[in-house]
Design a protein. Structure first.
Length: 162
């Protein structure tokens, strides 16, 4: 056991660490502040680890967001998704192709649209999409309800409604 002899005044201005929760779904402006190429847990590939600072959006500025982009992976689909995301980030900050050094992506604002999706274990995970600040995210077109032609018979489930 250790005796802690702290003066309560020593904690003035010290905030509790942020809870590690999912970012709320929404549209954010973020910037990459750190990046690193790391080996996958299985050791069979590499991913680009990215740390973002939230600049604006539904959360307080300064909140962190992390993403991992598969760059080398035996699973072709995982690799394709990672490279697609890297290309989207690169284009969002003004590069036609990913730059040779990930540091060239740092401190450039990018629009990030956060959505949540349930994974196979039933937990929610964050699904980011990356856009340039002037881009409008493409929303799935809403299906327009089909209008019944005039004089058409009602559908069976609508027959008894008044």
């Amino acid at each position: 056991m250790a005796k802690l002899n702290f003066d309560a005044n020593a904690f003035d201005g010290v905030e509790a660490p942020q809870e590690n929760t999912l970012l709320p779904a929404g549209e954010y402006t973020m910037q990459i502040v750190q990046s690193d190429l790391r080996p996958t847990k299985a050791g069979t590939g590499q991913y680009l680890w990215l740390e973002f600072d939230v600049v604006s959006g539904p959360c307080a500025p300064g909140r962190k967001f992390w993403d991992r982009l598969n760059i080398e992976n035996p699973n072709d689909q995982a690799k394709k998704i990672g490279l697609f995301q890297l290309l989207a980030i690169s284009k969002a900050v003004g590069f036609a192709f990913p730059p040779p050094d990930s540091q060239e992506l740092h401190f450039k604002p990018v629009k990030v649209v956060i959505k949540h999706k349930e994974n196979k274990q039933g937990a929610l995970e964050t699904r980011p999409s990356y856009y340039g600040l002037t881009e409008t995210p493409k929303a799935a077109p809403a299906a327009a309800p089909a209008a019944a032609p005039a004089g058409a018979a009602p559908k069976p489930w609508e027959r008894h409604k008044k």
